[in-house]
Ligand binder design. Structure first.
Ligand SMILES: NC(=O)c1ccc[n+]([C@@H]2O[C@H](COP(=O)([O-])OP(=O)(O)OC[C@H]3O[C@@H](n4cnc5c(N)ncnc54)[C@H](O)[C@@H]3O)[C@@H](O)[C@H]2O)c1
Length: 694
C-alpha cells in the first residue's frame, strides 16, 4: 500500500490497482482527496503491472460530494473537473466501487470512471440544485450521455436520489455487487480485462444525446413540470439549460456552458440564500445554555387533550413515530369524530398506495381514546390542544397537575396565550412548556418550542429531542403574545387589512405576495383557513370586511365563497366583483379616499414590518438568533427558501434601505412602522442581521 496523500493510497491486488480513499467522516472531495485521486491515477497508469484500477472508499460511504466547508474559500488546484478529466482519459479501465451514497461530486466522480459497480443499498444523486446550484464537475454533461436526457433531467433538476436497483435499470451503474464490495469490484475489473471490454468514456458517448436532438419537446415538457413544482427557483432552469447543452453541443463546449451556468448561480442571491438556509436548519437545534449532555426524560407514551383540528394532527405525529397516544375529549361523539378524521387521513394515503393497510391498522392501534382525564396518569408528556381560551386551559392544567406523574411534561399548543400564566396553575412550572404545532399538524414541519420562564433545561432538551423524533424542525422561542411566528405574521395581516381600505383589492395584494414566492396570497389564505374562525353571529359588529362577509354567509373555501368565489368543490380563487364593490363601499363609508397603490408599496408594507417585528423579537431575546426566525418563516409560513427568510432577505435588500422606508411609512401612517431600536443600531454600526447569527 502506497500513501499518495493523507487521504488516498494505492494498493495492488495482482494486476488490479485499488485506489483507496479515506477521508472521514464522509469522504468529501476536499483537497487531499482531489490531489490523491489525480496523482494516484497517474501513478497507476505508469505502473505496467497494473492493468485496471478500482476507485473505492473506506468508512461509511463513497465520496459524498463536495466539501461544503470549502464553499466561499479560494479554490485550491487541482479542481474537481480537472481531476475528473484524468479519470475520463485514463488509458486503463477505471472502475468506481460504490457504497453508501454517491451524491454530487461523488456521483460525478463515478460518472467519470469507465465502469460503476455498487452495493444494493447504495444511493445516487445530484443534490446541488437544492442549494441553488447545479452539478459543476461534468454531471450535467455526462449523465445525459450515459442514460439519456429524459432520465437525467429529473435527477439533475430535482436533486432527488435513486437507489441501486433503479440506477442499474437506468444504466447509471453496470453491476450490483453481492457480498464484499472490494472483492466484487476486483472480480468485475478482471472480467472487464478478460472480455477486453473497451474504455467506456462517458464524455465520448453520443448515441443518447443524438437521439434526443430529434425530440426537443422533452425540454418544453420538463419546463412545464418545473413551472408547477419549482416556481421562482432559478437553479432548476439552469439545470435544464445545461442538459440542453449536453444534447446540442460537443462535450468540451457543453462543459464550458455548465461552468458558466454554475458560476452564474454561485454569484446569485438564490444560492446564497439556500446555502445559508442549509446551515440555519442545522443551527436552530443549538441552544447556547443547553449543553449536548443535558439529561433527557424518556417519552414512551403521550397524552393529547382535544381531538379537534390540531389534536388530531398532533396525535398522528406521535403514532407515525410509533409512540402510543391517549387521546382525551369531552364527549364520546367528539372523540369518535376526531379519531374518524385521523383514520380518513390514513385511508387516503393508503388509497394512493403510499401506505399499506397493515400500517394504517398498526398506527390506529396506537391510539387509546377516552373521555376521562384520569387516564393520563401513566403518560410521560401531555399536549393540550383545546379551544384558545385561558380559563379553560388554566382549569385543565390544574387538573393535569393532580393527575399526571410527577415528572410528566405538561405542554400547551396555544397559539398566543401566556405560557407562564398557564404554568403558574401547576405545582411544577419547570415541567410546563409550549409545543406550538402548525396546521395541518401532521404535514407542517415547523414546531415552535415555547420556553417559559421556569421551564427546566431537561424539559427543553427533551422537547428538542422529541421534535427530531417526530421529524419536525423545532425552533425555541420565548413567551410573548403570538411567540415569534404569529407575532411577526400579525404585522402582515394588519397591513393587508389596511391596504384594502386605502385602495388595493385582495387580488392585487395576493398577486404581489404570490409573485414574491409565497404559495398563496393572504386573502386566498384567509378563505382557506375559514373566515368564520373566531366569528359568531351573536357578537358580529359589521365593523370589518370579515364581519360583513361572514354576515352574508361567506365563510371561505369551505362553502365556496369568501373574498373570492369558488366553483363547487374547486380550490381556485375566482374573481368576486360583488365583494370588490363591498370593499370599496365599506372603505368609503369609513372615510377613506381610495388611491392607486403600487405593487412596490404593497410588498414593502407587507414585508418590512415583519422584519421590524423580527428585530424587536431578537432584542427581547424571544428568539435565539435571526436565522431561527428564517427557519420559522420558511417552514411555518411558506416564505420561499430562495430568498432565505425575512431576516436574510432584509440583509439582501440592505438594512439602511429598510430603515429609510419604515421611517417614511411612519411619517405617513404612524407608529405601526416605528423602527425597532435594534434595526437602527445595526444600520448605525454598518452591520446586518447575519452578524448576529451564532
Ligand atoms: N387551528 C390552527 O391553525 C392552530 C394552529 C396552532 C395552534 N392552534 C391552537 O391549538 C388549540 C386547538 O385549536 P384547534 O384549531 O384544534 O381547535 P378545535 O376547535 O378544532 O379543537 C378543540 C377540541 O378540543 C376539545 N375540547 C374542548 N374542551 C376540552 C376539554 N376540557 N377536554 C378535552 N377536550 C376538549 C373540543 O371538543 C374540540 O374537539 C388552540 O389553543 C389553538 O389556538 C391552532
Amino acid at each position: 500500500m502506497v500513501a499518495i496523500t493523507e487521504a488516498v493510497s494505492l494498493e495492488k491486488q495482482g494486476e488490479i490497482g485499488m485506489l483507496w480513499i479515506d477521508n472521514p467522516p464522509v469522504n468529501a472531495l476536499g483537497f487531499p482527496v482531489r490531489k490523491g485521486m489525480a496523482d494516484g491515477i497517474d501513478m497507476a497508469m505508469k505502473d505496467d503491472t497494473i492493468k485496471a484500477l478500482v476507485v473505492i472508499c473506506k468508512g461509511r460511504t463513497f465520496c459524498a460530494g463536495a466539501d461544503i466547508r470549502e464553499f466561499g474559500k479560494p479554490p485550491q488546484a487541482p479542481h474537481l473537473p480537472d481531476v475528473l478529466k484524468v479519470f475520463d482519459q485514463a488509458t486503463k479501465p477505471v472502475i468506481a466501487a460504490i457504497h453508501g451514497t454517491a451524491f454530487g461530486g461523488g456521483l460525478e466522480t463515478a460518472l467519470s470512471s469507465h465502469y460503476r459497480i455498487a452495493v444494493p443499498t447504495a444511493q445516487f444523486g445530484l443534490p446541488e440544485v437544492k442549494l441553488g446550484l447545479l452539478p459543476g464537475a461534468g454531471g450535467t454533461q455526462r449523465l445525459p450521455r450515459l442514460i439519456g436526457p429524459e432520465k437525467a433531467l429529473p435527477m439533475i433538476a430535482t436533486g432527488n436520489p435513486i437507489g441501486a436497483a433503479q440506477a442499474l435499470k437506468e444504466g447509471v451503474i453496470d453491476e450490483i455487487a453481492e457480498g464484499d464490495l472490494a472483492e466484487a469490484a476486483v472480480a468485475f475489473a478482471r472480467k472487464v480485462l478478460a472480455e477486453k471490454r473497451p474504455l467506456r468514456q462517458v464524455s465520448a458517448m453520443t448515441e443518447k444525446v443524438e437521439a434526443a436532438r430529434k425530440t426537443p419537446e422533452i425540454f418544453a415538457d420538463y419546463r412545464n413540470v418545473l413551472a408547477k413544482t419549482k416556481r421562482g427557483f432559478e437553479a432548476p432552469e439552469a439545470c435544464v439549460k445545461a442538459v440542453e447543452a449536453a444534447v446540442n453541443l460537443p462535450f468540451d463546449e457543453g462543459m464550458a456552458t455548465e461552468r458558466k451556468l454554475f458560476e452564474g448561480l454561485m454569484r446569485g442571491s438564490q444560492s446564497a440564500a439556500q446555502r445559508y438556509y442549509f446551515f440555519a436548519e442545522r443551527q436552530v437545534a443549538k441552544i447556547p445554555d443547553i449543553p449536548k449532555d443535558t439529561p433527557l426524560l424518556d417519552i414512551k407514551k403521550v397524552g393529547v387533550i382535544g381531538a379537534g383540528t390540531m389534536g388530531g394532527g398532533i396525535t398522528m405525529n406521535f403514532i407515525n413515530a410509533g409512540i402510543p397516544v391517549t387521546l382525551v375529549e369531552t364527549k364520546q361523539e367528539f372523540l369518535d369524530r376526531g379519531i374518524g378524521v385521523i383514520k380518513k387521513n390514513y385511508d387516503i394515503t393508503a388509497a394512493k398506495g403510499k401506505m399499506t393497510q397493515q400500517a394504517v391498522d398498526q398506527r390506529m392501534g396506537l391510539i387509546t381514546g377516552t373521555t376521562k382525564m384520569e387516564d393520563l396518569a401513566d403518560v410521560d408528556l401531555v399536549i393540550e390542544a383545546v379551544y384558545e381560551n385561558m380559563d379553560l386551559k388554566k382549569e385543565i392544567f390544574k387538573k393535569l397537575d393532580a393527575i399526571c406523574k410527577k415528572d410528566a411534561i405538561l405542554a400547551t399548543n396555544t397559539s398566543y396565550l401566556d405560557v407562564n400564566e398557564i404554568a403558574a396553575q401547576t405545582s411544577r412550572p419547570e415541567f410546563v412548556i409550549g409545543l406550538h404545532f402548525f396546521s395541518p399538524a401532521n404535514v407542517m414541519r415547523l414546531l415552535e418550542i415555547v420556553r417559559a420562564a421556569k421551564t427546566s433545561k431537561t424539559v427543553l432538551a427533551t422537547s428538542l429531542a422529541l421534535g427530531k423524533r417526530i421529524k419536525k424542525i423545532a425552533a425555541v422561542v420565548g413567551v410573548c403574545y403570538g411567540f415569534a411566528g404569529n407575532r411577526m405574521f400579525a404585522q402582515r395581516k394588519r397591513e393587508c387589512d389596511k391596504l384594502v381600505l386605502e385602495g388595493a383589492l385582495p387580488a392585487q395584494i395576493d398577486k404581489v405576495i404570490f409573485d414574491f414566492g409565497f404559495p398563496m396570497g393572504p386573502f386566498a389564505l384567509y378563505d382557506l383557513i375559514g373566515l368564520d374562525l373566531g366569528w359568531s353571529k351573536e357578537t358580529t359588529t359589521s365593523d370589518s370586511i370579515r364581519d360583513l362577509l361572514c354576515e352574508q354567509g361567506r365563510f371561505g373555501l369551505k362553502n365556496s365563497k369568501g373574498y373570492y368565489n369558488y366553483e363547487k368543490g374547486g380550490r381556485k380563487p375566482l374573481p368576486a366583483p360583488e365583494i370588490e364593490q363591498l370593499i370599496i363601499d365599506f372603505s368609503k363609508k369609513k372615510g377613506f379616499t381610495r388611491r392607486d397603490i403600487s405593487d412596490e408599496e404593497i410588498l414593502q408594507r407587507c414585508i418590512y414590518p415583519i422584519i421590524n417585528e423580527g428585530a424587536k423579537i431578537l432584542e427581547e431575546k424571544i428568539a435565539v438568533r435571526p436565522s431561527d426566525l428564517d427557519v420559522i418563516w420558511i417552514n411555518g409560513y411558506g416564505w420561499p427558501v430562495y430568498s432565505g427568510g425575512p431576516m436574510f432577505y432584509a440583509d439582501l435588500v440592505g438594512l439602511d434601505k429598510i430603515l429609510a422606508v419604515l421611517k417614511k411609512f411612519q411619517a405617513e401612517q404612524g407608529d405601526d412602522f416605528k423602527p425597532a431600536p435594534l434595526l437602527e443600531k445595526l444600520v448605525k454600526e454598518g452591520k446586518n442581521f447575519s452578524s448576529l447569527n451564532t
